[in-house]
Design a protein around this ligand. Structure first.
Ligand code: FAD
Length: 445
């Protein structure tokens, strides 16, 4: 498929059987399209309920965002509390925070029950202020979220310093549940578990067309057709390429870089012994984490949309250099440290940054869960299981916020123009914040 980057993704954990392509026609109870967290979690839950499940994956399991993200297993939701209350109502916002907690807890339980060793460090994640102007806003947001039941705590400057968090990260909001994991090992663990459970997973088998005109739905691939009572779309950012839900979400390109392993001196200089995941209060956050290889990974900050939802990697080099500059600015003790890996991936973004779960098709048997807007490790894992429940006719109160009628993205070229203007404005705002931080620093020297 198009859009696959030639990069140095350090999380890559190739799956077991490189020749597992579909060759011939098959029948199953459910066919799942996409083998990332969502598809594999759905398949595992359906199999546990005794259904015969086939998973079709265009590339290798985990080749999408699930095998190339930053690994923050977090309860974070993208929007401020007051925006959530405006869009979901107070009860809906409370349900969302309960869902976020359960999503992390479920992912932890799943890794435990399936015996997945994903180098998981359950040390929480901190959303950190990077400029004095952000401090009070962050503290107010913590109060608003706590009032809605979120498990967050405010960390003052003194709290951050006593945890050893580097000084560029001033005060913070601690998301207690969660931590950081190895995304590739996690998705590989789900894949192995699916094979053990006798889910039939076919890789390098792109679904070219979904035919849902008859009650038996057909997933058409180059060398065979899978017919099933139900089809699950678990292709997240790639869904518009499949010709489905083209107004519901857009693919955005996100990049990351990772340093080489730090020396003993660099480790001592950086501190940060708690190894919490960090993200910043920029309009488009930067994320930071220790990696299992002993380096620091930084991600996001720049996101890009290409016209017609094309999966274009153009602009990755510029994004890598912005990330590298951000790393040197936030962690100046690493000025001489080399970058060892650079990579990018696709996130599926909805108009209100909340995921969507639903069912469509003329026979009501084509289900989907997608649009995690950059927070899909926990959300995709739990929504996969809850989606399996929906296929089996069960409803869970936690899915209520995601079964809403969301605003659609406008058609092209308005979408491309709008995304360009909005993302450009946010990036300029963030560049201004960084200029102010630099001015403050030179003033205090
Ligand atoms: C750089 C980056 C950093 C991120 N950091 C974080 C983070 O720290 N924390 C967090 O929670 N989230 C993060 N995310 C988001 C998270 O990775 C995603 O939300 C999550 O992986 C989505 O999982 P998924 O299974 O729904 O989709 P994906 O993992 O994208 O899987 C979709 C699969 O469908 C396959 N596919 C596509 N089209 C077809 C077709 N026609 N036929 C068959 N198969 C098809 C793809 O090859 C892919 O394997 C990040 C994402 C990126 C890119």
């Amino acid at each position: 498929m198009t859009g696959r980057p030639a990069d140095s993704n350090p999380w890559s954990t190739p799956c077991a059987d490189p020749d597992m392509k579909l060759d011939g026609d098959l029948r199953a109870d459910v066919v799942v399209v996409g083998a990332g967290y969502t598809g594999l979690s759905t398949a595992l839950a359906l199999r546990e309920a005794g259904l015969d499940v086939v998973v079709l994956e265009a590339d290798r399991a985990g080749a999408g965002a699930s095998g190339r993200n930053s690994g923050h297993l977090s309860t974070t939701v993208g929007n401020p509390a007051k925006v959530l209350v405006r869009s979901l109502g107070e009860e809906g916002a409370r349900t969302l925070f309960r869902f976020s907690d359960e999503a992390v807890a479920y992912t932890e339980r799943l890794m435990g029950s399936l015996g997945i060793d994903a180098d998981y460090l359950a040390n929480g994640n901190i959303g950190a202020s990077v400029h004095p102007n952000h401090d009070a806003r962050l503290e107010a947001e913590v109060r608003a979220r706590r009032a809605l039941g979120a498990r967050v705590a405010f960390l003052s400057d003194a709290d951050m310093r006593s945890r050893g968090v580097p000084p560029a990260f001033r005060c913070g909001v601690l998301h207690e549940p969660g931590g950081v994991l190895h995304p590739g090992k996690y998705v590989r663990g789900l894949y192995d578990a699916a094979l053990r459970a006798s889910v039939r997973v076919f890789e390098q088998t792109p679904v070219e067309r979904i035919d849902d005109s008859e009650p038996t739905v057909r997933a058409v691939t180059p060398n065979g057709v899978v017919s099933a009572d139900t089809l699950v779309i678990a292709t997240n950012a790639f869904t518009p390429s499949l010709g489905r839900l083209t107004r519901a979400l857009i693919p955005l390109r996100v990049c990351c870089v990772e340093t080489e392993p730090l020396s003993t001196d660099e480790r001592a200089a950086i501190g940060w012994s708690g190894r919490e995941g960090l993200s910043t209060t920029h309009s488009i956050a930067e994320s930071y984490r220790w990696t299992p290889r002993g380096g620091i990974a930084v991600g996001t900050r720049i996101v890009r949309y290409a016209r017609n939802s094309a999966l274009s990697t153009k602009g990755d080099e510029a994004a890598f250099s912005v990330l590298e500059q951000a790393l040197r600015m936030r962690l100046p003790m690493l000025t001489g440290t080399k970058i060892a890996a650079r990579w990018g991936g696709w996130v599926g973004f909805t108009t209100d940054t909340l995921p969507l779960l639903g069912v469509g098709g003329p026979h009501g048997n084509v289900f989907h869960a997608l649009g995690y807007s950059g927070h899909g490790i926990a959300q995709g894992t739990l929504l996969g299981k809850l989606l399996a429940g929906r296929v089996l006719g069960k409803r869970d109160e936690l899915t209520a916020p995601f079964e809403r009628k969301a605003w659609s993205w406008p058609p092209e070229p308005l979408r491309w123009i709008g995304a360009g203007v909005a993302l450009g404005a946010l990036q300029r705002l963030d560049a201004r914040t960084d200029r102010k931080i630099a001015a403050l620093e030179s003033h205090s020297r």
